[in-house]
Structure formats: structure tokens, C-alpha cells
Design a protein. Structure first.
Length: 421
């Protein structure tokens, strides 16, 4: 028996394989697999290909006809490639139409398109590629017989890990789209899932609420895509974005004012220090990134120099005030003012201050690694060299940078040297 099965025969064939359709079964034609959000944790029946060109799904934007479901579109729109991205190679492919059973690794595109196949569900820690697998993992770690360390954690104890993982993603972005970036994004995603798990345990929210909140926000802030507004340039998009965000911040500020009347945690000084225009910004951001964010918000409201010359003049003014500061508190304050203007200069030039600072740090570390190497070649400890001798080695390092990567003494790699800085 080959070819498509009628509903009664399909139910009978599934029952013979131990699958009850009333418990939930996915039915997808082979040539529709690329567009469907297949869940490996449910039984999947792949029906014979229809041979028809799939239409845009009802209810979706007719102007966006993705051949592969977004989120899986690094792979080709080929049914077998889609399945192999979701299941392991030894995943059983059980024939429901009289063919011989096989595995996904041995299944051919032709057999997939012609037959009716059952892929049994992947369960627990084996369901690696499902969007529901990571929440399952978080809950499993927190179970009574789970991991003792994970069971002791809470929102506050994981704060430092959230920052660490975000910084590691930030660093990995310099390499572009790499497997290392995928791994770091996974580490960061785990932090999101864990915090949602803790909130779910407290009965406050779960991942469904996280998804809903960000989806609603992004749709709301893109009326030129999902509504009737028009935006013909990136500048118009940013103006619309800031206008919408300003309204959201006003609503959030009103809600915060109400909350502060019943909580002393924030205090009157904190309330006075954060204007509505900066509401929602985390003060845990690195200083340069925070400075750039608040200046971009101020600029979006019209508080900005009309040209870069004004920033340069302000830079000179702040440098003069720093030189004229009479004591340590005044020097610290004036130095902060100078940094703020430098960040503003970068913003006017289209430069991300945090990224530029990190790049400068990396360049300094690379050059100093060369200085260490040169001193080692001389057999002289760095601590015994004068400033003039060190500066001479520094100039040599700058001149030699174009000659190629540094080869560390005693094995290792240039990356190892940088990692130790």
C-alpha cells in the first residue's frame, strides 16, 4: 500500500504505531514542511507532497511570503533539510503506507515526498531544536530532583550572569555570523528563559507573556509596516519610533508615579534624578553606552548641537575646565563632563562609543603584548625598563603591527595573549 491514506486508514495506521490522534498529532504535507512551525515534541505525520505551489498563508501579510519559516531560514526550503535541522539523524521514520521503516538520515527526498511517514516525538533532553525545549530544561533543572545549584538561584543571584552573557555576545559580534555567536546567543537566551521560569513559579508571568509583550511592542512601533503610517527613510522611521516611545514613556512614568506612592524602594531622590525622557533605561548599562543612550534621547527631543563644530568647542571648554579644577572632587566632576562630551562627539560622527572604547582597549592590549615580547627577546623584565625605553618599544610595536600577528613565546596564540589582558 502506497500513496495518501484516507482519514480512517490514517487513524488505524497511527493506532498500530501506538499513537492516539486525540492526544495531538501534526499533519503536514511534505512540500509544506518548510513553512510550518513543526514541533518535534509532538508526533509528526508527513503526508505525500501535494505538488501545488503553496499560497501565502491566510492571515499573514501578503507582502511577506517567506519560503522558509523565519527562525529556520538558514537552511534551504527543502523538506528533508528542514526535518534534519529539527531531528537527529537516527530519528525513526516509520512508514504508514506499507513501505519499509527507515531513519531520517537514510530517508531520500523522493521517498519523503511520495510516502506517508510518522516521526515519533522527541522527549525531554532529546528535543534539542524545539522552542519549547529550553523552557522544559529550565523547569527540569528547578524540579525537586533537579540541580541543587539551579534550585537555589533567583532573579537577583543571576543578575551578574546576565551581564556576563550579554558582554560575551557583544564580543562575539565582532566576528560576524559564526558558530561561536550562535553559542553565545544560546547562553544569553538561557538567561531569559530562566528568569521567565522563576516568574512562572511565582505565578506572575511566563514565556508566553514575554513573547506577547515584545511582539506587541514591535508591531506598535512599526506602524509603517503593520499600519497606515508611511516612512520612506530610516530618519522617518526613527522619528516615528521616538514619538511612539515618548508616549509609552509617559504612560510608564504615570504608572511608576503611582507605584512610588506605595513603595519606598525607589525613594524621592531616585524619582527626581530620572526624567521621563530617560525612563526605561537601565543604569546598569556600561557608562559609555548609557551616556550615548541618554544623549540620543535628548537629541531626539531637539536638544542637540546643530553641527559638529559646536561639540568640538564644547570639548575644548571642558578640557580647559578640567585643567583648572582645584581639588580631586572637582577634577572627577570635570573629567566626567569631558567624557560626556567625547561620547557626544562620537554620536555626532555615527560612532558607537562603547564599541570604539572596546576596540581601543583591544588595540592597546595587542600592542602591549608586542612590547612584552620585545622585552622578553632582550631578556629584560618590563619593570626594569625606563618610560623612555618602554615608549621606544611601543613605537616599534606600532610600526610592526602591519607585519602580521604576534607569535607568543612559549606556545599559545595571539588570541591567548589578548584573552589574558
Amino acid at each position: 500500500m502506497t500513496g495518501p491514506l484516507d482519514p480512517a486508514a490514517l487513524v488505524e495506521a497511527l493506532g498500530a504505531r501506538g499513537v492516539r490522534p486525540d492526544d495531538g498529532v501534526q499533519l503536514v504535507a511534505a512540500d509544506r514542511l518548510a513553512r510550518r512551525p513543526v514541533e518535534p515534541g509532538w508526533p509528526l505525520v508527513v503526508l505525500p507532497a501535494t505538488g501545488a505551489v503553496p499560497d501565502v498563508d491566510a492571515g499573514l501579510d501578503a507582502g511577506f511570503d517567506a519560503p522558509v519559516l523565519p527562525g529556520r531560514h538558514a537552511r534551504p526550503a527543502e523538506p528533508l533539510a528542514v526535518l534534519r535541522g529539527l531531528y537527529p539523524p537516527d530519528q525513526p521514520a516509520l512508514a504508514l503506507d506499507g513501505r519499509a521503516d527507515t531513519t531520517l538520515g537514510q530517508l531520500t527526498p523522493e521517498a519523503l515526498a511520495d510516502g506517508t511517514w510518522l516521526l515519533p516525538p522527541l522527549e525531554g533532553e532529546h528535543d534539542l531544536a524545539s522552542p519549547h525545549a529550553l523552557p522544559w530544561l529550565a523547569a527540569r533543572l528547578r524540579a525537586p530532583d533537579g540541580c541543587p545549584w539551579d534550585r537555589e538561584q533567583d532573579h537577583r543571584s543571576l543578575k551578574k550572569f546576565l551581564l556576563e552573557e550579554a558582554y560575551e555576545v557583544y564580543d562575539a559580534l565582532d566576528g560576524g555570523a559564526t558558530p561561536a555567536l550562535a553559542e553565545e546567543l544560546g547562553d544569553l537566551l538561557l538567561q531569559v528563559v530562566l528568569h521567565a521560569q522563576y516568574a512562572a513559579e511565582a505565578g506572575v508571568f511566563d514565556l508566553s507573556d514575554v513573547y506577547r509583550a515584545i511582539m506587541a511592542k514591535i508591531v506598535r512601533r512599526h506602524p509603517h509596516v503593520f499600519g497606515d503610517a508611511e516612512a520612506r527613510s530610516a530618519e522617518e522611521v526613527l522619528r516615528n519610533w521616538e514619538r511612539i516611545k515618548a508616549g509609552e514613556r509617559a504612560d510608564a512614568a504615570a504608572a511608576a508615579d503611582a507605584a512610588r506612592t506605595t513603595s519606598a524602594a525607589s525613594g524621592p531622590e531616585a524619582a527626581a534624578a530620572m526624567p521621563e525622557a530617560f525612563a526605561g533605561l537601565s543604569r546598569s548599562l556600561p557608562g559609555l553606552a548609557y551616556a550615548q543612550e541618554i544623549q540620543e534621547r535628548a537629541a531626539s527631543l531637539g536638544y542637540d548641537w546643530p553641527d559638529i563644530e559646536g561639540v568640538i568647542e564644547k570639548l575644548a571648554e571642558e578640557a580647559t575646565e578640567l585643567l583648572g579644577a582645584q581639588d580631586e572632587p572637582a577634577r572627577r566632576e570635570e573629567f566626567g563632563d569631558l567624557l560626556l562630551v567625547i561620547v557626544n562627539l562620537g554620536r555626532k560622527l555615527g560612532i558607537d562609543a562603547e564599541a570604539a572604547m572596546r576596540a581601543a582597549n583591544a588595540k592597546f592590549a595587542h600592542r602591549f603584548a608586542r612590547v612584552e615580547r620585545y622585552a622578553e627577546q632582550r631578556g629584560t623584565p618590563l619593570s626594569s625598563l625606563t618610560f623612555e625605553e618602554l615608549d621606544e618599544l611601543w613605537d616599534r610595536a606600532k610600526a610592526d603591527e602591519r607585519a602580521g600577528p604576534l607569535t607568543p613565546v612559549g606556545g599559545g596564540s595571539a588570541g591567548d595573549v589578548e584573552a589574558r589582558q
